[in-house]
Design a binder for this molecule. Structure first.
Ligand SMILES: [Zn+2]
Length: 270
């Protein structure tokens, strides 16, 4: 009997398993998060502050796991650990209730020092892109401006968070289409009511009857991303102003109940 094919097959299986173990070890954080990094999260991420101690530990672990799992590239800048912490927080906040979630379509995160233009240059007249998800040759890349990244966590009254917005697009993309219906998270029976509520709200925005940013009316994908920013930034206001939209987003993201009591950031060294 020719055992060579069997040996080749078993070798391939062994290499595959060793590779999986290697990736698992490489992306599993060891020990606790550094105190300085926890302090940084306390000072910038109100979602984190709202969690109980047990959940805070889980958030810290998943932030570190995210940082180990993806490649960070600086464009005309060095990526700082604080950039990584805020980007990872933006990634984990919307899917915190889904322990095994992976951003399968993401490979690299590119950090720009400021907003950039279509040729990826900063400081130009048309440098107004705050963040984007790459298509075509940029497939698998998330591009983010550091200015926008920090603004997203520092200004809570504007209901905007660019980096979180881009991760909502990635969540939407996980089912193969960026169409404003995140099928992996939204049960099929809610899809039609969701489209209906969305269309009604777009009319209200057009008629100036809504406090949702008009960029939401660009298309269904932008609608989902913009209302999700508002939902995570100002959950109480969003629930009061948009109870039906709130119910659908609550169904999609199922956030930790404590998150509704976000009070904002606590500066420790004013
Ligand atoms: Zn968008």
């Amino acid at each position: 009997m020719d055992v060579l094919p069997l040996i080749i097959f078993l070798s391939i299986v062994l290499i595959f398993l060793l590779w999986k173990v290697y990736i698992h070890l490489k992306t599993t954080p060891k020990g606790d998060m550094e105190e300085e990094h926890k302090k940084f999260l306390r000072e910038h991420v109100s979602f984190y502050n709202a969690l109980n101690n047990h959940k805070k530990k889980e958030f810290e672990f998943r932030v570190r796991q995210f940082i180990l799992a993806y490649e960070f590239v600086g464009n005309e800048t060095e990526v700082e650990v604080q950039d990584q912490l805020l980007i990872a927080a933006s990634a984990i906040i919307p899917i915190f209730s889904f322990k095994d979630w992976k951003y399968n379509s993401l490979k690299e995160i590119h950090v720009f020092p400021d907003n950039f233009n279509r040729s990826f240059h900063i400081n130009q007249e048309d440098s107004n892109i705050r963040g984007l998800i790459g298509y075509g040759y940029l497939q698998g890349k998330l591009l983010i401006s550091r200015t926008a990244l920090y603004q997203g966590f520092e200004k809570h009254d504007d209901k905007r968070n660019t980096c979180l917005h881009e991760f909502i697009h990635l969540i939407d993309m996980e089912d193969g289409k960026v169409d404003g219906i995140p099928e992996r998270l939204l049960a099929h029976k809610y899809a039609i009511p969701w489209m209906y509520i969305m269309k009604k709200e777009v009319v209200r925005i057009h008629n100036n009857y809504s406090d949702i940013h008009p960029y939401a009316t660009t298309n269904a994908a932008e609608f989902l991303a913009v209302v999700s920013e508002y939902f995570f930034e100002r959950p109480k206001d969003f629930k009061r102003e948009h109870p039906r939209l709130f119910n659908v987003l609550n169904e999609i993201f199922k956030p930790d109940a404590a998150v509704y009591n976000q009070k904002g950031i606590e500066k420790e060294n004013p």
